[in-house]
Design a protein around this ligand. Sequence first.
Ligand code: CP
Ligand code: NVA
Length: 328
Amino acid sequence: MNALQSPDTLIPRHFLDLKDLDASTLRTILDVAVGIKRMQHKRARPLHPALPLRGRALGLMLSKPSTRTRVSFEVGMQQLGGNVILLAPSDMQLGRGESIADTARVLSRFVDAIVLRTGKTENLRQLARWSSVPVINGLTPDSHPVQIMADIMTFEEHRGPITGRTLAWVGDGNNVATSFIEAAALFGYRLRLATPPTHAPSPAAVAWARSKGADITVTTDPVAAVAGADAIITDTWVSMSDKASDQRLNAFEPYRVDAALMAHASPDALFLHCLPAHIGEEVTESVFEGPHSVVFDEAENRLHAQKGILVWALCGEDWQQYGKEPTA
Ligand code: CP
Ligand code: NVA
């Protein structure tokens, strides 16, 4: 948005949490992402033929480490014709006390969208409140919605529609688990979560998803969670917002995804992990490197799913056309 447009007349399409969006928009974002991926593979070249984001700039603000989020947004913007400006909060005046409200209003005059990875969820909400361009959640301690879009895309590429299928989450009831819980209500899959009692999933997320009709089971028993499941998912036992301790790691010992646990799932169950993985902690090498694992497809799909999100956020009413071959 430029200075001549009134913030009151435009409502930015923020991508903050899955529960803020409706099921049909999320489904269409994935359809567009699949279409863009198909066009790219058909031509064996990465540039989108219509360059829908030509001349547009994305501010990538990462106040925590990242490999996938950073590279997939940078490359995705390039492939859609746009640019990325990497904004390390510690190098900005934000790091010397400039407010998020002022930072958001200034950045909104320069860039067309902002991705934020932050250690404080409130920072994301503040940024979105003051930004007149779309804000995309690149991970907070409470959620990781762009990851789950890639994960659903990956499941469906390998096993068809996710609606009605059963997914099992084993390990920490963390930020990624919360977004999986929200997505259960929006994509219509059954979700069973097995966590230590001390690291249970967010009760608010579970209550919200159940209130929308989702079938969510919360248990401390990993075998019960994975029985017959179509996918087993885990994540690190120590997230970026957590402190590692022997006590914490010990609590997760019964929740390692190993071949014995995978054997309780459906014979063609997928293994998913958002990465980075800690082999020998949350997953054994034999599962991570084994035939059920689709973790690198999942990592690649960050690129494709986020292109769907970027096109939705930035291409106005016609955004859906960018998932189809250009006609002219
Ligand atoms: N899965 C994920 O978000 O990875 P990064 O921390 O490398 O961005
Ligand atoms: N739960 C992990 C995900 C990393 C992508 C974390 O927050 O560190």
